[in-house]
Design a protein around this ligand. Structure first.
Ligand SMILES: [Zn+2]
Length: 398
C-alpha cells in the first residue's frame, strides 16, 4: 500500500514537473506570440507590395510645401492632427523581413529575429522594416552572395524609397565586400511625402557575434532606432544642421538617440533572459564614462550635434564612442535609477510622441520632469561621486 502510494507520489511529482516544464516552454514560445513575427526570406524572393497609410488627404498643399521647403518644422495649421497621422503611419502590420547571405547560421538569424521581437513586444511594430545580414571581410570566406544581397537591398530601396536601383547598387557593391567587423547601420524613413515608411538596417556582424551574445543586442538596438525614426516627421532643418545646432524637431542631441538605443537594447534583452552581461556592460560603460570625463574632460554637452562628433573625434578618436554610447547609457541609467524603470519607459515613449509637436527640448522637460540643463548638471554631480557610490546607483537597474 505504502509502496503504491510512494509510486503514485513519484508519478505525481514527475507529472507536475512535466506540467511546469511544459508551461515554461509554452510561455517562452508564447511570450512574443501577440506580436508580428519577423520572417526569414530567400534572397531571390519577390518583394511585397506594401500599402501605406495616406496622411495627405486634405493636406496636399501643406505637406507639399513642407517637403519642398525642407525646413524641418511642422505646419502651423493642423499641426497636431497631421503629426498624429504621420506618427501612426510609421506603425505597420507587415512583418519585418530578414535577408541573409548563406554564411549566416540559423542561430544568427534566430538571434536577429528575437532581438526584433524583444523590442516590438514593448514598443510596437514599426516599418515596414527589412534587415540585411551582409557579414564582413574579417576572415576569408565571410563575404559571400554579395551581388544577390545587394540586388534585393537595392530593389527594396528602388521600390519603397526615392533612391534609384543603379545608384544604390553601385554603392552597395563597393561597400558590402569591404565591411569590417562588426556592427550595423540603419537607414531611416522620411516622414513627409512617404506613404510607405520603409526602414532598413544592414548588419556587418557574423556568426561569431551571435556566439558572443552580441547579435541579439545589436538587432534590438537597431529596432529601437526604427521606433525612434517613426517620430521623425518633418525632414531635416538643413540650416540649423549647418550652423552646428541641434535641430528643434529632431531626436535631440545625438548622444540621447544612441544612449536610449544601446541602454534599452541591453536592458530589454537582460529582462527577457538573453543578456548575461548586463552588469558587466554597466560597469564597463561606467569605466569608459569616467575615463572620458576625467582624462579628456568631455561631457555629454560636447556631443550634441554631428559637428560635435567630428570635433571630438579629431581630439580623441575613441572619445566619440565613449561619449555617445557608454557615457550616454550611464547618464540615462542614472536618470532611470532616480525615476524607476516603469516611469522611465513611459517617459521615453512620451518623449518621442512629443518631439514632432513641441520639439525635443520641451519634449524632454515635459516627459522627464527636468530641463536638459538640469539633466546635464545632475550627471556632472554623479561624475564627481566616488566610484563605489556610482556603481550603487547604476546597479539599481539590475
Ligand atoms: Zn545606434
Amino acid at each position: 500500500m505504502s509502496r503504491v502510494k510512494k509510486n503514485n507520489l513519484i508519478w505525481l511529482t514527475v507529472f507536475s514537473w512535466l506540467l511546469v516544464l511544459w508551461a515554461n516552454a509554452s510561455n517562452s514560445t508564447e511570450k512574443y506570440s501577440n506580436n508580428i513575427k519577423p520572417l526569414f526570406m530567400a534572397l531571390d524572393n519577390s518583394l511585397p507590395n506594401y500599402v501605406g497609410y495616406d496622411c495627405w488627404h486634405g493636406y496636399e498643399d501643406i505637406l507639399d510645401n513642407l517637403r519642398d521647403a525642407q525646413n524641418g518644422v511642422p505646419p502651423e495649421k493642423d499641426k497636431v492632427k497631421i503629426a498624429e497621422c504621420l506618427m501612426n503611419s510609421a506603425k505597420t502590420e507587415y512583418p519585418p523581413l530578414i535577408f541573409a547571405t548563406s554564411v549566416f547560421s540559423d542561430e544568427s538569424i534566430n538571434a536577429v529575429t528575437r532581438g526584433i521581437e524583444i523590442v516590438s513586444s514593448r514598443l510596437g511594430n514599426y516599418g515596414p522594416y527589412h534587415v540585411y545580414l551582409v557579414g564582413n571581410n574579417e576572415e576569408k570566406g565571410f563575404v559571400v552572395d554579395v551581388e544577390e544581397i545587394a540586388k534585393i537591398y537595392c530593389n527594396s530601396a528602388d521600390k519603397y524609397t526615392e533612391e534609384p536601383f543603379e545608384n544604390c547598387f553601385e554603392n552597395a557593391m563597393n561597400d558590402f565586400p569591404n565591411f569590417g567587423c562588426c556592427g550595423a547601420a540603419h537607414n531611416p524613413s522620411h516622414g513627409i511625402g512617404q506613404n510607405i515608411r520603409y526602414q532598413s538596417a544592414v548588419f556587418s556582424e557574423d556568426n561569431r557575434s551571435t556566439k558572443e551574445g552580441r547579435s541579439i543586442i545589436t538587432s534590438a538596438h537597431e529596432y529601437i532606432h526604427v521606433y525612434q525614426n517613426g517620430f521623425f516627421l518633418w525632414g531635416n532643418d538643413i540650416a540649423a544642421e549647418q550652423a552646428g545646432l541641434t535641430e528643434e524637431y529632431s531626436h535631440g542631441p545625438v548622444w540621447l538617440e544612441e544612449g536610449f538605443a544601446e541602454g534599452l537594447a541591453q536592458k530589454f534583452t537582460y529582462q527577457d533572459g538573453y543578456n548575461n552581461h548586463y552588469k558587466d556592460f554597466l560597469n564597463e560603460a561606467l569605466d569608459a564614462a569616467i575615463k572620458v570625463n576625467r582624462i579628456h574632460k568631455f561631457t555629454l554637452r560636447d556631443i550634441a550635434t554631428r559637428q560635435d562628433q567630428a570635433n571630438v573625434r579629431s581630439i580623441c578618436e575613441e572619445c566619440q564612442g565613449w561619449l555617445q554610447y557608454e557615457t550616454a547609457a550611464i547618464a540615462l541609467a542614472v536618470l532611470e535609477s532616480q525615476i524607476g524603470n516603469e516611469n522611465f519607459i513611459d517617459s521615453f515613449k512620451s518623449y518621442y510622441g512629443n518631439v514632432p509637436i513641441v520639439g525635443w527640448e520641451s519634449a524632454f522637460e515635459v516627459s522627464f520632469g527636468m530641463s536638459m540643463n538640469e539633466f546635464y548638471e545632475m550627471i556632472d554631480i554623479f561624475m564627481e561621486k566616488p566610484k563605489k557610490e556610482q556603481r550603487k546607483i547604476i546597479h539599481k537597474l539590475l
